[in-house]
Design a protein around this ligand. Sequence first.
Ligand code: HEC
Length: 183
Amino acid sequence: MLKGILIGVAATVLSGIAGAYLFLSLGLMPANADAKPSFMEKWAARRSLHATLSREAQPGTGPVAVNDESLLAGIRLYAANCAVCHGAADGKASNIALGLFQRPPQFAKHGVEDDPEGEIHWKIKHGIRLTGMPSYTATMTDSEIWHVTVFLKHMQELSIKAEAVWKALPSAAAPVPASKPGK
Ligand code: HEC
C-alpha cells in the first residue's frame, strides 16, 4: 500500500519535472522582450517580489531628512542613474524604456509616492529580478540610495528650488529627427 503511494508520488514528481523541462527546451516559454508576459510569469514575479519585500524592506522612513539639500542631491543622482529609463519631468519615455520588458514606469506620470520609503530603497539597492531594473548595490552608497528615495517619495511636493531643478532636466525621449535618414 505505502509502496504504491510512494511510487505514485515519485511518478507524479518526475513527470512534472520532465514536463517543465520539455516546456522550456521546446521553446514554449517566450524568451523575447517584445511580447506581453504570460499570466503565470506575472503572477510568479509579483508573488516573489512582495514576499521578499515584506521580509527584507526596512519599515518606517529612512535616515535622510527632506530638505532642499537632500532633494537636490536626489535629483542629481536620479538624472545620472535613472532618467534614462524612468524619464524626466515631461514623463516621455526614452527608446531604451520603450524597448524594455517590463516597461519602466515614467515616474513623472506614475510615481511611487504612495510606497513606503523602505520599499523604494530596497528596489533601488537590490534591483528587480527578471526585469530591466538594475541593482545599485555596487555603484551607489547606501546614503545616495536614500537620497534618491527621498526625492521619489516627495516628487509631488518638491520645494520651489527642487521643483525648478527637476523641471529643467533634459527629456529622456529621443529627439524627433527633422527628416528620416535616407529620405
Ligand atoms: C535600464 C533601465 C532602468 C534603470 C536605469 C533604472 N530602472 Fe528602475 N525599473 C526599471 C524597470 C523595467 C522597472 C519595472 C520592474 C517591474 O515591472 O517590476 C523598474 C522599477 C523601479 C521601481 C519600482 C516601481 C514601482 O512602481 O513599484 C523603482 C522604485 C525604481 N525602478 C527606481 C529606480 C531608480 C531610483 C533608478 C536609478 C537609481 C532606476 N530605477 C534605474 C528599469 C530601470
